[in-house]
Design a protein around this ligand. Structure first.
Ligand code: SF4
Length: 432
């Protein structure tokens, strides 16, 4: 960048269009969250004597209980109904309406925008936990692409999630890996499951190349990237090869049941609680009679063929946008864990989201854009709020021996396969 160039941030092309819809929002961000205050905002609120607000500031602005840094110095205590004390009857923020947007804490002012610092590059994206951001991101039929936008001086809450790479070559290689992952996830000649499996294979090979001594490691990593770029040029044979992989529907069923069973139905998150309950009902998880594995698989396969596939076969861009957004928003593959751990998290989120969507489709006997967006948004909000869920996922995947990329493939395939292979049993487990 020369001195005359303005600094910019990289963002999805729809990002600049986002506008909060305030009182019209179906799932206000001011209900059911813990709102942290930085030290400056905490003192500003505590010393503020505005006649409509000072009592609320006195009662509802508290010091954080846990040992906290300056960014998490205080907290707004929520009412018993989970609503922020500053919300009025029309779900509008009293701080903003009385003191202006500049009086909001950085977290409130920035949400649902997120800023990530990656080396010299700033990246902006939107959290899918906001319904309006989810609509904007998920429903675009075009492949998501990325543009440079002006720096937003109000966006002061910046995460630096980079992997601590200390050389430009390593950074560039991971950047190339990320671009290729996005390219694979947007390869519309392949099914979504095939794209995810190909991503896993790429990550496994890339990780293996990393183990070689330098400078051979770098060379092998580059060759791996080139090999997968070439593979993408033959989508038909690639899809055919991936279709040969045997799914393990029993294993998938048991993992999905365990995952959904671990989701606590928070009293305040009524929207997600309802979605979860309906999805479980749709998939007969709440049958009084214990269903056999094959009955359950049959139930899933029917729901898949009758309600899920007719919609998502023509609206695969919703799932594609979900995955591409996850890669960009979470700084995949730069996060401070292994490539395989990041892949496992991606697969798990995809598994939960698609199971909830399948359950919703079965419950409603149809699928719509509104239901798809609401399901993904409310799960994202739940997962962002309930931070222990990540650890739960790790534990469940370990319990099922789903630790390597190849073992994950067994649970990625969809329930379409059961109609052609109704006799699947535990003995078909490809892991054994
Ligand atoms: S969730 Fe999004 S649209 Fe709804 S009030 Fe919050 S920022 Fe606005």
């Amino acid at each position: 960048m020369t001195d005359t160039q303005k600094p910019t941030a990289l963002c999805p092309d729809r990002y600049p269009e986002f506008r909060c819809i305030g009182g019209q929002c179906e799932d206000s961000c001011c209900i059911g969250w813990r709102v942290h205050l930085d030290k400056t905002t905490y003192h500003y609120y505590k010393n503020n004597r505005h006649k409509a607000l000072f009592k609320l500031f006195e009662q509802s602005v508290k010091r954080s209980e846990a040992k906290s840094d300056d960014k998490h110095f205080g907290v707004i205590s929520m009412g018993e109904d989970g609503r922020c004390a500053f919300l009025d009857n029309e779900n509008l923020c009293r701080i903003q309406s009385n003191l202006g947007a500049r009086a909001l804490s950085p977290i409130c002012a920035n949400y649902p925008r997120r800023a990530n610092q990656l080396g010299e590059q700033l990246e902006y994206s939107l959290s899918l936990s906001c319904p309006e951001a989810a609509r904007l991101t998920l429903l675009d039929e075009r492949s998501m692409h990325f543009v440079q936008t002006d720096i937003d001086p109000a966006l002061t809450h910046i995460s630096a999630l980079g992997s601590g790479l200390n050389n430009d070559t390593g950074l560039m290689l991971l950047n190339d890996l990320r671009a290729l992952i996005i390219g694979i996830l947007q390869s519309r000649d392949l099914t979504i499951d095939a794209r995810l499996i190909l991503t896993g294979l790429l990550l496994e090979d890339f990780e293996a190349a990393t183990q070689a001594p330098q400078p051979a490691a770098e060379q092998q990593q580059r060759e791996t990237l080139q090999r997968y770029v070439a593979l993408l040029g033959q989508p038909a044979s690639l899809q055919n090869d991936i279709d040969q992989l045997q799914p393990n529907l029993i294993l998938k069923m048991s993992l999905v049941t365990a995952l959904l069973g671990e989701i606590p139905t928070s009293a305040h998150n009524t929207r997600f609680r309802d979605i979860l309950k309906e999805a479980a009902e749709g998939l007969s998880f709440q049958d009084q009679r214990p269903a056999t594995d094959s009955e359950r698989i049959e139930c899933h396969a029917k729901a898949y063929a009758s309600y899920y596939a007719p919609y998502f076969d023509h609206h695969a861009h919703i799932l594609e946008n979900y995955l591409v957004h996850h890669v960009f928003h979470s700084l995949f593959p730069f996060a401070r864990t292994t490539l395989i751990a990041q892949y496992r998290e991606l697969v798990c989120n995809y598994l939960v989201v698609t199971t909830l969507l399948l359950g919703q489709a079965a419950f409603r006997k149809t699928m719509t854009a509104e239901v798809a967006v609401g399901t993904i948004q409310s799960y994202t909000r739940f997962a962002g709020h309930y931070t222990h869920f990540k650890e739960t996922i790790e534990r469940l995947f370990k319990e099922q021996n789903l630790t390597s990329v190849s073992t994950l493939f067994a649970v990625l395939a969809n329930f379409r396969s059961s109609s052609t292979n109704p006799a699947l049993t535990a003995a078909d487990n490809p892991l054994t």
